[in-house]
Design a binder for this molecule. Structure first.
Ligand SMILES: [Zn+2]
Length: 371
């Protein structure tokens, strides 16, 4: 006894009229024109549906072969009813088919995007689609290694104690700056006790200012200007954008979902993050946020320029200012742009009062039992 069916071989886009027959190992498909019949073993045959019609597909090594069969459901049940339990489980095949479909579509989509809008624009569009919880998880996984690299192998140490005056001043500064900011998540800011003038924003709204940023600043607004610039990177999710730009999207997904052993993935992501500076465009946009947040806070939006220009003059031994702030290359263009954005000088109130500023200035001298 056999039943008429429609068969897609998964290769050519044509339907073949076939006959299905039950054999000991599975289901035999008799092809037209007397060609060699095809045998689908029970274990590799998945039943998607047996209603009015029976829909089946074939899976090998848990991957969809693309082969499909459709037959009359009633006749199919008459023939195969007693052996239905021998067919493979539909769910697994369906999940794997969806996974293959998803990644194929994602790959094709990515290529089209790259072709039409370019890598930078792709990164700009894709980064916001990465769930925020992933970005937080990613930031947490790379943080210890990033800190170790910046601390040159020594144990990373942050300044200030919980409840201390220095931390309170820093928190006051963060609160005042972020009041008007559209942040994707909870901001966490710390001073890293390392003697290099730098600052960086890790994925997940995690900002570190290095000790010299506080030491070399002449007033709290200079620190705030740098901090506001970092907040700009957080708002634009620039670390995520940089990773996507560097082709790390699949690594991010494996790191977060733990698809394969994480340590090497984390190491690669860490190196990418530490080794590459943000693009000029990212820097300009972060400067724009800095000017905007400083102005909203009633502080001096030009303070960041004063800070950078002084860095250039106080570090004459360095080749250029770029070395001094390596994660955020400073250019004359950027300085000019901030000057323009800041507009006419207006009266400003420093983000911290004299007492708070003194506390922040000495935050790294506070005893820090926790390290
Ligand atoms: Zn920057």
């Amino acid at each position: 006894m056999d039943v008429a069916g429609r068969y897609f071989d998964g290769v050519r886009p044509v339907v073949q009229e076939v006959r299905l027959r039950r054999v000991a190992q599975g289901l035999e498909i008799a092809l037209p024109d007397g060609r060699q019949p095809v045998l689908w073993l029970y274990g590799e045959t998945r039943i998607d549906d047996v209603g009015v019609e029976a829909h089946l597909h074939r899976v090998r090594e848990d991957l969809d072969t693309g082969e499909r069969l459709i037959a009359d459901g009633v006749v199919f049940r008459e023939i195969f009813g007693s052996v239905l339990t021998q067919f493979g489980k539909g769910r697994a095949g369906e999940a794997s088919r969806r996974r293959v479909m998803f990644w194929s579509l994602a790959a094709v989509g990515s290529l089209l995007f790259l072709y039409f809008v370019g890598l930078a624009a792709f990164a700009r569009l894709a980064a916001p689609l990465v769930p925020w919880s992933w970005e937080v998880a990613l930031g947490r996984s790379v943080e210890p290694q990033v800190l170790e690299i910046f601390s040159k192998g020594k144990p990373a140490k942050t300044c200030g104690t919980e409840g201390g005056a220095g931390k309170a001043a820093l928190e006051a500064m963060v609160a005042r700056l972020s009041a008007g900011a559209k942040l994707p998540g909870q901001l966490r800011v710390d001073i890293l006790d390392v003697g290099v003038t730098n600052a960086f924003a890790l994925p997940g709204a995690r900002i570190y200012l290095f000790r010299p940023v506080i030491e070399k600043a002449q007033d709290p607004d200079e620190v705030a200007g740098v901090l506001a610039h970092e907040i700009g990177h957080v708002i634009h999710r620039d670390s995520m954008r940089a990773l996507v730009h560097n082709g790390a999207l699949s690594l991010i997904i494996s790191a977060v979902l733990g698809d394969f052993t994480g340590s090497s993935t984390i190491a690669i992501l860490t190196n990418m993050m530490v080794g590459s500076a943000f693009s000029r465009e990212n820097e300009s946009e972060a400067d724009m946020v800095s000017v905007d947040l400083m102005r909203r806070a009633g502080a001096d939006p030009r303070a960041i320029n004063r800070f950078f220009q002084r860095l250039a003059s106080v570090e004459p031994g360095k080749r250029t200012i770029f070395d001094a702030f390596s994660s955020h290359p400073i250019t004359a263009d950027r300085i000019a742009e901030v000057e323009k954005l800041a507009g006419a000088p207006a009266s400003a109130t420093p983000v911290l009062d004299a007492r708070q500023w003194q506390a922040l200035k000495t935050i790294c001298a506070e005893p820090n039992p926790g390290g």
